[in-house]
Design a protein. Structure first.
Ligand code: GP9
Ligand code: MN
Length: 421
């Protein structure tokens, strides 16, 4: 009820991190292009297999002078996997402890990024070569205020171009071009790749790098589909450069969740050349985050953060203060950003401590540490955050919240069917 919302708002007020005036509005009025890097983990950046870079394009993008690269950025997804990642970055709300918020609470009231930006003149779209009902996306996107959802119904799903979860990334980006060109600027867009997805199937003709040699099939192929994803993104970025979009768009690339689960720790020990147990596995939940803002100075950013922090970060770059919105993350670029990264199961990582099921480790050295007052406080903070976020989602509390100047989303306005089909 509304008293729950009051608790949430009080908490939010105490957690709010105000934007840094030096970065606030640096991307004002620019297009936004999100590239959802399916299953990409951060250890792949600059990883060399037999002396060869696996993701040469991403590695070069990281070093672009306008790219901010966050090397302590974590996924925070649970059972909702891809949909949890999307849910966090559109709302700065956590996915649920069980299941997918898209599926169980897709019809809630939200104050999501596409709706906020839509009311400031942005056209929004998701591009994804799979059926729109997967993860209940078509329903959730309506609640988020997405103007367009170009799903499989808008693509030529030619049998030779389809594998695993949908249209392969190269034809996907290729076919997305005319649809993107039809959008009015400024736009807010998200391209969700699929080819680099467990169990990482790839044909011999399409593999441009050999498999790894751990002997664990899916781990070994992971490097080959990662290369394919890298090439597909490179092709799309070249196209953005040709059209000039590269220079008037914020480009955000992020890994959605791990691709290699803890069932493969043995193989990962071979990949990394060090023992991978529960501590290292927690560190492996880092996913790449790159934010390229034309005209803004880039560089490697070491602050700790997670997917929950992406929306306030982006909003502040676009010059929109997030103060009136209910958000559980904080702007990564704010001096007040909180570097506690909760995982969905209550485990956490901070620059100092990693907490895993009641065991604690020094994040820098991996040495076990005793529980102390600081750890107790961090643990409580993590628990409170997750609990309050769950209250918002499970109680559909944003129904009662009226951010200043924001008009409630009218779900009935949206229809994602392709009229030509
Ligand atoms: C399916 C794709 C995969 O459309 O986004 O979802 P995942 O299995 O990674 O959650
Ligand atoms: Mn995924």
């Amino acid at each position: 009820d509304t008293s729950d919302l009051t608790d949430v708002l009080n908490y939010e007020n105490s957690m709010y991190a105000k934007p840094d005036p030096k970065t606030f509005g640096k991307a004002k009025g620019m297009n936004v292009i999100y590239i959802h890097l399916e299953s990409m983990q951060n250890f792949m950046i600059d990883y060399k297999l037999n002396g060869e870079e696996v993701t040469p394009y991403l590695n070069s993008f990281v070093k672009d002078k306008n790219t901010m690269y966050f090397d302590n950025f974590f996924h925070q997804t649970g059972q909702g996997k891809t949909s949890d990642a999307e849910f966090m970055l559109e709302n700065s709300l956590f996915g649920l402890p069980q299941g997918s918020a898209f599926t169980t609470n897709g019809g809630n009231t939200y104050q999501a990024a596409p709706a906020i930006l839509g009311q400031k003149g942005y056209e929004s779209a998701v591009f994804h070569g799979n059926n729109k009902t997967f993860w209940n996306r078509d329903e959730a996107y309506k609640s988020f205020g997405y103007d367009n959802f170009f799903d499989a119904g808008w693509y030529d799903m030619n049998e030779k171009d389809v594998q695993n979860y949908g249209l392969k990334d190269k034809p996907f980006f290729e076919q997305s071009k005319p649809m993107l060109e039809n959008m009015k600027q400024p736009f807010y867009s998200k391209f969700i790749t699929v080819s680099h997805h467990f169990p990482y199937p790839i044909s011999e003709e399409e593999a441009t790098i050999g498999p790894h040699t751990t002997g664990d099939g899916s781990v070994d192929r992971y490097f080959q589909t990662a290369r394919y994803q890298d090439e597909s993104v490179e092709g799309f970025m070249n196209y953005l450069k040709e059209t000039g979009l590269y220079d008037n768009s914020v480009i955000v690339m992020y890994g959605d969740h791990y691709g290699i689960s803890e069932n493969h720790n043995d193989a990962m020990s071979k990949v990394l050349g060090k023992e991978v147990g529960s501590f290292e596995n927690a560190q492996l939940q880092r996913v790449p985050l790159m934010i390229r803002v034309p005209g803004m100075e880039g560089g490697v950013k070491h602050q700790y953060g997670g997917q929950i922090d992406l929306m306030p970060t982006l909003m502040h770059l676009l010059g929109i203060d997030t103060k009136d919105y209910v958000q559980f993350g904080t702007d990564l670029l704010s001096p007040q950003h909180q570097q506690v990264v909760p995982f969905r199961n209550g485990n956490f990582v901070t620059p100092e401590v990693t907490g895993i099921n009641g065991k604690y480790f020094n994040t820098v050295t991996g040495e076990p540490v005793q529980k102390n007052e600081m750890i107790t406080q961090t643990e409580e903070q993590v628990e409170t955050k997750l609990k309050l976020s769950d209250k918002v989602v499970q109680g559909d509390l944003l129904r009662f919240h009226k951010p200043k100047g924001f008009k409630k989303v009218d779900r009935s306005k949206y229809n994602y069917n392709n009229p030509e089909k």
